[in-house]
Design a protein around this ligand. Structure first.
Ligand SMILES: Nc1ncnc2c1ncn2[C@@H]1O[C@H](COP(=O)(O)OP(=O)(O)OP(=O)(O)O)[C@@H](O)[C@H]1O
Ligand SMILES: [Mg+2]
Length: 363
């Protein structure tokens, strides 16, 4: 087992005018489950492949434990990778698939048999060891692919969207199994997904990437409660945080006709005459017209049983001259109807303030 360090690691593909991964700095302690998340093309797979040795590193270095592995070939890095299309050998049984790497490494047959059996028990696929992969369900095949990685007893597991071939329900149950298994084995794991819910439920910490640049790396709770910038604020959470541009005044901001008080330090720290205000759907409460309430015209009510979400627009234009879209969580027992105007208040201490120019957090 080992820690992992990305020390300003950079990858710029030939012919590209900007790095796919730009000076990535990350320290992953021994035994941690770290999730890399971000939109398509942000550099998640590239980051993982750099660690695996499948991608050249054009700047900085990567360390596994106290070894600088930047120049080492993949086979010398002591890692095992699970990909999205886990490509099991169709002509081999499950047991042979799982033991293949050990066989290639020239391990004795008795040892291979024992390790495969141990891993199969762990994954609850013991009864399928003699079957061919085609006679398994998607979720079972996924577990065989995990088993193949486990029997190698690597220092590090790398997983690139291993659940994306599974249907929604199986994905939820398998992600719980993988997270529990990782905790039991204690092997340092880097897991890539574009799904922020998967990231938040599985990771000890979550690293959010955008455009090849690390935006924030923290615990799921901290990412949710204190996003470092407007990108992270909008990416983490579903439905997404409301982000609106508001005009600064001497002691606050003006939004859709309402005056939102802000601390003086925040007003002082803002650059320019507008700020981006962020508030989550659950940070809004329905109240009656008063100072500081936002009038929102209801376009749509989404009832989910346990929750109801209102999708609407601010009744007055914001600092950019548009009527911002607003999402609010409301009591599912007394939902409003389309066309109603609600007066919403942002709960105190649940307002996030970001620079309107750089997006950086200023509250
Ligand atoms: N072999 C390559 N040659 C040139 N450019 C590449 C290569 N592989 C990836 N890229 C580019 O590098 C950027 C990052 O790609 P990467 O595959 O790391 O993204 P990702 O975050 O894994 O996206 P996804 O969620 O779609 O898998 C993208 O702009 C992509 O087009
Ligand atoms: Mg990818």
């Amino acid at each position: 087992m080992a820690s992992i360090t990305y020390d300003k690691a950079t990858r710029q593909y030939p012919g590209s005018d900007k790095p796919a991964v730009d000076a990535l700095e990350l320290q992953i302690p021994d035994g941690e489950f770290l999730v890399l998340v971000g939109p398509s093309g942000c550099g998640k797979s590239t980051s993982l492949r750099m660690l695996a040795g499948l991608e050249d590193i054009d700047g900085g270095s990567i360390w596994i434990g106290d070894r600088d592995v930047t120049q080492l070939p993949p086979r010398s890095r002591d890692i095992a990778m699970v990909f999205q299309n886990y490509a099991l050998y169709p002509h081999m049984t499950v047991g042979q698939n799982m033991g293949f790497a050990l066989k290639i490494a020239g391990r004795p047959a008795s040892e291979i048999k024992q390790k495969v059996l141990d891993a199969a028990k762990l994954l609850d696929i013991e009864q399928y060891l003699d079957r061919k992969p085609k006679a398994l369900s998607g979720g079972q095949r996924q577990r065989v692919a995990m088993g193949r990685a486990i029997v190698r007893e690597p220092q590090v597991f790398l997983m690139d969207e291993p659940l994306s071939n599974l249907d929604a329900k199986l994905r939820v149950s398998t992600r719980t199994q993988i997270a529990a298994l990782q905790r039991r084995l204690g092997v340092t794991t880097v897991y890539v997904t574009h799904d922020q819910v998967e990231a938040m439920t599985m990771g000890d910490r979550v690293a959010v990437l955008d455009g090849g640049i690390l935006q924030q790396c923290d615990t799921p709770r901290a990412l949710y409660d204190r996003p470092a910038n407007a990108f992270v604020a909008g990416f983490i959470g579903s439905p997404a945080m409301n982000l609106v541009t508001a005009k600064l005044t001497a002691d606050g901001a003006e939004l859709g006709g309402a005056r939102i008080p802000l601390d003086r330090e925040i007003v002082a720290k803002a650059d320019g005459d507008t700020v981006t205000l962020g508030f989550r759907p659950e940070s809004l409460e329905v109240t009656t017209l008063a100072d500081g309430t936002l009038p929102v015209k209801v376009d749509l009510v989404e009832e989910l049983g346990s929750d109801a979400f209102v999708y609407g627009k601010l009744a007055e234009t914001d600092a950019e001259g548009t009527k911002s879209n607003i999402v609010a969580r409301v009591d599912p027992r007394t939902p409003p109807t389309m066309g109603d105007t609600l007066h919403l208040r942002v709960r105190p201490n649940e307002l996030h303030v970001f620079s309107a120019t750089s997006g950086a957090r200023i509250s």
